[in-house]
Ligand binder design. Structure first.
Ligand code: AMP
Ligand code: ZN
Length: 471
């Protein structure tokens, strides 16, 4: 499997720490509001990568955090606490807000056919692990206390900012008025808050540095390491996290353990943008999955739309593009429904040469840095090739769908077939011939097959007519 690694800024051959097994951590949501469709692009990307790894034969352990404390509106310790602000606006407690939006998040995830992670870990349930990690960082000499908070001192960690290729300009923190005056360097960051503008933080815990709460970045270092070990294979998130959040995660983790590299592969998805620019919960213009459902789309239309672009390319959202995805899904469903009407079962393995060639090309595309546009082109090529026996086409498509996650098996049963009249007439003629030859078993089988497609045959004095089951 070839994968783009942000660490080296190039495509590299993926090899795991332990043969055959992959430890995967993806930054999860901050549960102060509904996820927008841009956030959901990140989780579809994680799902695709995990499916691709499993498709390639790896056993994957997927860990995702839920941020329910400590994330400020600026990733660099600036701004308001997102959870506190949301709770105040809604007249609810922070934990009530977290519980509500966590459930909403998983509803969205399920609707997009994103597989649930193997481990879902909440920040508020891992404060002890964070304190233990900060204690190690402190013992190794990477911290200082100022103004009641404990900071990470980036000058003690020479590799700081390597992945992001940051140019550290040595600017004094106080030079920028909006930056915490206690920071010796603007890139230093808080590991533990006790005193700050949030002295009335709703959730606080006792710690060696006083009663307070963790900075945002430490949770990902503490929880990923807890569930995946001190060095693991893949860490994923959106490109916005490269410069600060992931940079700080690397600094903390390596400062604590002394092991380098902490993570072998960093995978970052590009942004989904609207025609007028960035989608942001703070500047409005936010589209959620429910917005799309209310407009009559199936969540899988959105999934298909995402697959039609490469995860490392910025993708512009528009309803026209979503219509295109919906039509594509409908055409696929119709084709699969027609194929399954003609196929006698689906073989477990693809043996037909042309189907096997398509499937191999599909797998190669997926295993080349998740080239989903090319993979979809192979799917379409397969569907259009009438030389391939129906059952073989179906077997290949269903195999491809293990990586794509478009629920194509359900599409056969659920989507209303656009009735191919000529096909039904051929079936009726075939059934008439069977009846004439007194092969009633075959005649009944043809009738049953059509019924499974939602087509009812009615025998009358003028011959056999058909109608859709819904009419
Ligand atoms: P948050 O809940 O804000 O921490 O974001 C959750 C995930 O969504 C992170 O991995 C972000 O990098 C990612 N993300 C945020 N906005 C977008 C966007 N417009 N397009 C793609 N990914 C995004
Ligand atoms: Zn994270």
């Amino acid at each position: 499997m070839l994968l783009y690694n942000t660490l080296g800024r190039d495509i590299q051959e993926f090899t795991p720490v332990t043969a055959g097994k992959v430890g995967f951590y993806g930054c999860g949501p901050t549960v102060y509001n509904y996820a927008h469709i841009g956030n959901l692009r990140a989780y579809v990307t994680h799902d695709l990568l995990i499916r691709a790894l499993r498709y390639a034969g790896y056993e994957v352990k997927h860990v995702m955090n839920i941020t329910d404390v400590g994330h400020l509106s600026g990733d660099n310790d600036e701004g308001d606490d997102k959870m506190i602000r949301s709770a105040a606006e809604r007249g609810k407690s922070v934990l009530e807000v977290a519980a509500f939006y966590t459930e909403a998040f998983f509803t969205d995830i399920d609707r997009l056919n994103i597989r649930r992670p193997d481990v879902v870990c909440r920040a508020t349930e891992h404060i002890g692990d964070m304190i233990a990690l900060i204690t190690r960082i402190e013992a190794n000499g990477f911290t200082y206390s100022a103004g009641g908070n404990l900071y990470f001192d980036i000058t003690k960690f020479p590799a700081y900012g390597e992945m992001a290729r940051l140019r550290l300009d040595g600017q004094k923190a106080g030079a920028r008025t909006d930056v915490d005056k206690h920071k010796r360097n603007p890139h230093d960051f808080v590991l533990w808050f006790t005193k700050s503008k949030f002295e009335n933080q709703a959730l606080m815990w006792d710690s060696p540095w006083g009663r307070g709460y963790p900075g945002w970045h430490i949770e990902c270092s503490a929880m990923s390491t807890k569930y995946l070990g001190e060095q693991f294979d893949i860490h994923a998130g959106g490109v916005d996290h490269i410069a600060i959040h992931h940079t700080n995660e690397i600094a903390q983790s390596e400062a604590a353990t002394g092991k380098h590299p902490w993570v072998k592969f960093w995978v970052h998805n590009e942004f989904l943008v609207l025609d007028h620019g960035k989608m942001s919960k703070s500047t409005g213009g936010v589209i959620t999955l429910q917005t799309l459902i209310d407009a009559g789309y199936d969540p899988l239309d959105y999934r298909y739309f995402l697959l039609s672009g490469h995860y490392r390319t910025q993708l512009q959202f528009s309803y026209e593009a979503l219509d295109g995805a919906r039509n594509a899904r409908k055409t696929i469903a119709d084709r699969l429904t027609a194929l399954s009407g003609k196929a006698a079962g689906t073989p477990a393995r693809v043996t037909h040469k042309k189907a096997a060639v398509r499937l191999a090309a599909f797998k190669a595309a997926i295993e080349t840095d998740l080239a989903t546009p090319r993979a979809l082109a192979e799917l379409w090529g397969l569907l259009k090739d009438t030389d391939i026996p129906e059952a073989e086409t179906l077997a290949a498509v269903f195999s491809m769908d293990e990586a794509l996650g478009l629920k194509l098996k359900d599409a056969v049963k659920k989507e209303a077939p656009s009735v191919d009249g000529a096909y039904i007439e051929r079936c009726i003629a075939e059934r008439n011939a069977a009846k004439k030859a007194k092969d009633f078993a075959k005649a009944d089988a043809i009738r049953a097959d059509l019924k499974a497609l939602g087509i009812i045959l009615e025998d009358g004095p003028a011959g056999t007519t058909w109608r859709s089951a819904g009419y």
